[in-house]
Structures are given as structure tokens and as C-alpha cells.
Design a protein around this ligand. Structure first.
Ligand SMILES: *Cc1c(COP(=O)(O)O)cnc(C)c1O
Length: 387
């Protein structure tokens, strides 16, 4: 197969200068473990950049979610999860002993439909997870208020949303808990890694302790409770701190690419089988441009998957194809959770809005490796293939 013009996976640009800086700081550090002062420096930086009260560096975004969910639910409690998310979100709930209950989104959005939440919740519901898919904001004041009324803990899976701002502040920092990933393909990368943010000191204490094998200064040290080792290493924290300094730069670089996709696709009147493509929901606040999201007008069922596959075959790699992104309940490991009484067992009836979003959504990459020429070349291909 011929080489891709663009792809959704990529090699990050790391300069020799930056890597030498990391090596020197590592040599001078007290420790490289998760107890290193490098970790507290990194956490301070997270707090300053995002303007949040507490931050906990952890070993992955999934660890961030697992630790958070574990500390706010009991075995068998229900957790509201969007039907458009990633396996990591759902796995964290299941491994924490929770029961995922899938909700529909609002029309043409990744925000929860309050009507859907209302219908699906029960007295066992303890938490609501929102997921900022492709960096789009998935939360606002009405959602937070609704959760408060019902006494649910709001956990934001902002793994893809770092750097996005909504009407209330940074995505991931407006609910009760924010879970971020610093995996290689996210806006800030430590190779593998993640962090948790919260303004609530008691949640901070408990979750920090969970991620440090139960260690708790407050309780008197080790051995007073159980937990796991989810610590990030000091070496990774150096990478994270360096990249956090470049967050706004990375975001604006992505923004220019994202805008250029729009300009090129608009300029050529790209039509997909006679359908218009337009920009999918860009937050009126600040968007991190995790991807350039477009929508195919008036899609037929499953259109976006076939378009994404065709694009991929033509050298335009994209997330929809790579992750076979559809609705979560279509994954084999979730069929059982989905076949509970509360659903009608027809995804299109149960999740009309989410089905509609996933029928027409196209995501195009805006990362380090994508150049303006790549975007021009890709749009020419798109024009030829889909006329
Ligand atoms: C990347 C990601 C995660 C966590 O991924 P890790 O690889 O464990 O860091 C969780 N949720 C979403 C939406 C993600 O994109």
C-alpha cells in the first residue's frame, strides 16, 4: 500500500535541545521515581496552567479514570457514561466495580442529553462521566446543575480536551474531577501518562492515596488503607512540564491547520456523494483542535464509516477508521451491559442523537507532522474521490 498523505498516529517532534535539557535535569534530580521532587514541580505547573486547586500525576489516563471512579463509587453502583467515548472510559468504570449506563448526547454535540440522563438514572447512580471527544467541550453549567440536583459526582474525561476552554473554564476543571491523558498522541505527551485535577481537597486526598498504594499523610502514612501504584515517574514529569509550557503554542499550531482544512474543503466545494461537508461544532470559546471535525450533510446510516475507510485507502488516515469509532454499546465486551431492561436494544432508537453524530462525522488530523501541503494534497484527493 502507498504511503499515507496524513495519518492520525504520528511521531512527535522533539528537538535535541529539549531532550538534552531533560537529560541534564534528570541527572541533577533527587529521584526519578514517583516520589521525586520533579513530580511536585510538574503538579504545581499543571495547577498554574489550568488554574485548578489540586493535581495528581499518574501513569496513564486510564489510571486517572480508574482511581477517580474507584474513590467515588461502591461495588455495583451505576455510572452514567456517554455512548460516544473510548473503551478506556468504560473499562475504568467496570474495573472499579461500577455498572456503566450509557446515555445519549444532545443533538450534534458530545454533551449529555439531560432527558437521556433523567430516563436512565436510578437510586444506584453515583456519578456522571462526560467525555470531550476530539477536544470538543462536553460540559456546561446546565449539566453540572443537573448532576448537583441528583447528587452525582461529575467526572470529566478530558483526555482529548486538554487546552479546550468552555464557558466555565478549562475543560476537565469545571466538574468535580478531571481526568487527563498524556499519552503520545495527546496534546501534552509524556509517552504514557496522565493526571487528575480537582478543587475538592477531600477527593484529592483520597485519590492521591489510592494512586500511591494507600499512602496517606493524613492517616499517618502507609498501611491504613489499600490502593494501587499508579505513580508517574520523575523522568516523565520532566517531559510533561516541558510540554505544558508549549501547550498554547501547540494549540495554536493545530488551530491554523484545522482552519486550513476548513478553508481548503470549503474552497473546493468538497461534496461527498453530492452531500456538502461542513465544520462540526466548534466551541464558541477556545478549542484545542485535537482534530478538525467535519460533518457530512444529511448522512445515511453508517455513511461516515464508509467515507472514513475510503479516505484511509486513499492515504488520508483518520480516527473514525482507525478506531472503528461507532457507538460504545456495539463493542462485544459491552453487549451484556447494554442488554439491561432500561434499553430498547436498538441503538438507533436508544441513542438517536449519537447515531446521527456518528453517521456523518469526519475527523482529520492536525498534529505536529501534518503540513499545509499535506492538507492541500488531501483535499485534492477528497475532491476526486467523492465527487
Ligand atoms: C487517551 C484517552 C484515554 C486514556 O488513555 P491512556 O492511554 O490510558 O492514557 C481516556 N479517554 C479518552 C477519551 C482518551 O482519548
Amino acid at each position: 500500500m502507498s504511503k499515507k498523505i496524513v495519518d492520525c498516529t504520528f511521531k512527535r517532534i522533539r528537538s535535541r535541545d529539549e531532550m538534552e535539557q531533560i537529560a541534564i535535569s534528570a541527572m541533577e534530580a533527587d529521584l526519578l521515581s514517583g516520589d521525586s521532587s520533579l513530580i511536585s514541580e510538574y503538579e504545581e505547573k499543571i495547577k498554574n496552567v489550568l488554574g485548578v486547586g489540586n493535581a495528581i500525576a499518574v501513569s496513564s489516563g486510564t489510571a486517572a479514570l480508574h482511581a477517580s471512579v474507584s474513590e467515588v463509587i461502591q461495588n455495583g453502583d451505576e455510572v452514567l457514561v456517554p455512548v460516544i467515548c473510548v473503551p478506556m472510559t468504560v473499562c475504568a468504570v467496570i474495573e472499579a466495580g461500577g455498572v456503566p449506563v450509557f446515555y445519549d448526547c444532545q443533538e450534534m454535540s458530545f454533551k449529555p442529553s439531560l432527558e437521556s440522563l433523567d430516563k436512565l438514572s436510578s437510586s444506584r447512580t453515583k456519578a456522571l462521566i462526560t467525555v470531550s471527544m476530539w477536544g470538543n467541550s462536553a460540559i456546561d453549567a446546565s449539566i453540572i446543575n443537573f448532576a448537583r440536583q441528583n447528587d452525582w459526582v461529575v467526572i470529566e474525561d478530558a483526555a482529548q480536551g486538554l487546552g479546550t476552554q468552555n464557558e466555565l473554564g478549562y475543560e476537565g476543571c469545571v466538574g468535580d474531577l478531571g481526568c487527563f491523558s498524556t499519552h503520545e498522541f495527546k496534546l501534552v505527551s509524556t509517552g504514557e501518562g496522565g493526571f487528575i485535577t480537582t478543587d475538592f481537597d477531600y477527593l484529592y486526598e483520597r485519590i492521591r492515596s489510592y494512586t500511591r498504594i494507600g499512602f496517606s499523610q493524613k492517616l499517618g502514612g502507609f498501611g491504613f488503607r489499600s490502593g494501587l501504584n499508579y505513580k508517574l515517574s520523575g523522568l516523565q514529569a520532566l517531559l510533561g512540564a516541558q510540554q505544558l509550557d508549549k501547550l498554547e503554542f501547540n494549540r495554536s499550531e493545530r488551530e491554523s491547520k484545522s482552519m486550513y482544512w476548513e478553508e481548503c474543503l470549503d474552497g473546493i466545494q468538497a461534496s461527498v456523494y453530492g452531500r456538502r461537508i461542513f465544520r462540526f461544532f466548534v466551541s464558541s470559546y477556545r478549542y484545542n483542535h485535537y482534530a478538525a471535525c467535519f460533518y457530512i450533510e444529511d448522512p445515511t446510516k453508517g455513511l461516515s464509516k464508509s467515507v472514513a475507510k475510503l479516505m484511509n485507502e486513499q492515504g488520508i488516515g483518520n480516527d473514525i477508521h482507525r478506531y472503528r469509532q461507532g457507538l460504545m454499546v456495539e463493542f462485544p465486551f459491552l453487549r451484556k451491559a447494554y442488554s439491561m431492561d432500561r434499553y430498547r436494544k436498538d441503538v438507533r432508537l436508544d441513542f438517536p442523537n449519537a447515531s446521527r453524530v456518528m453517521d456523518g462525522l469526519i475527523t482529520l488530523p492536525c498534529h505536529d507532522e501534518v503540513s499545509m501541503q499535506d492538507i492541500e494534497k488531501s483535499t485534492r484527493v477528497i475532491k476526486n474521490v467523492f465527487k
